[in-house]
Design a protein around this ligand. Structure first.
Ligand SMILES: [Zn+2]
Ligand SMILES: [Zn+2]
Length: 276
């Protein structure tokens, strides 16, 4: 069995999709990252990028048995789920995980709200795949079996969010979005979770110049992200959840500045593949 550990970006934006010629290089879809651990499929978030991933999975034709790890349920992270074609086929099985809703809500409640009148034409009952809703409390470890270890941490975001660390075959990935870093520095629990990971994908929605006006919005600047990377001894660091107003020219500048500021820094673009 292959022990490959790969990441592929299907959506790298935060807040709202921003397709068009000015964002063609970095991409306009919202958060969705495909993770492969050997023959296992894990999908981080169901933003609009998950639609094209679903179409590719349907073309490949294999029966799917996969886990979808949701950072939280803001629409830029779940808005693509009703358009994920494998949900409409009884051949597939999914487990959807969320760690920020208990005890007031469940993930099933949240998806039923997303797909309800008058905001949506069809209800979640139309899904034909075997979908298991798995609520947990951020901070707990979750069991994906097959030698895949997943630890989680609560993130600082309005309404809560969950950060994930996936360890497989001696390598590790942290998926950390959406998160605000307060003036005192990053949460020690977050630093502990990210300690020494080979790759961290992190919410770098804004620049330092912009972040001051966004206090309480639940996001970070890329320089705050790099400081977290240094504090946690992270290997490769990847800027993610780009603000929709950052067009390709702006993102190219940010990517160059971030790369110059810290070795092994990259900026996620739709279609990028990283092998850990
Ligand atoms: Zn977001
Ligand atoms: Zn959010």
């Amino acid at each position: 069995m292959t022990q490959k550990f790969t990441v592929r970006f299907w959506g790298v934006r935060g807040s709202i999709p921003c397709p068009g010629p000015a964002t063609a290089r970095f991409g306009g879809n919202t958060a969705c990252v495909e993770v492969r651990c050997g023959d296992r499929l894990i999908i981080c978030d169901g933003g609009t990028g998950i639609r094209a991933l679903g179409d590719e999975l349907m073309r490949a034709g294999a029966a799917l048995d996969a886990d979808i790890l949701l950072s939280h349920c803001h629409i830029d992270h779940v808005g693509g789920l009703p358009f994920f074609a494998p949900f409409y086929s009884p051949a597939h099985r999914f487990r959807l995980w969320a760690g920020h809703l208990l005890p007031a809500l469940t993930l099933e409640d949240a998806l039923r709200s997303l797909m309800s009148h008058p905001l949506f034409p069809i209800e979640a009952e139309v899904f034909q795949a075997d979908i298991g809703y798995r609520d947990f409390r951020a901070g707990e470890s979750i069991d994906l079996r097959g030698g895949i270890k997943v630890r989680t941490v609560p993130l600082d975001h309005p309404g809560g969010a969950t950060g994930y660390r996936i360890d497989f075959a001696g390598r590790s990935l942290a998926y950390l979005t959406d998160n605000e870093i307060r003036p005192g520095g990053p949460d020690p629990a977050l630093v502990a979770l990210a300690r020494g990971v080979d790759l961290a994908i992190y919410d770098c929605a804004y620049t330092d110049e912009e972040i001051g006006a966004k206090a309480g919005w639940g996001h970070s600047s890329w320089r705050q992200g790099l400081a977290l990377a240094d504090a946690a001894g992270i290997g490769a660091f990847c800027l993610f959840h780009h603000a929709p107003e950052h067009d390709d020219a702006c993102m190219t500048t940010i990517a160059a500045q971030a790369q110059a500021a810290r070795a092994r820094t990259m900026t996620a673009a739709e279609g990028d593949v990283i092998e850990l």
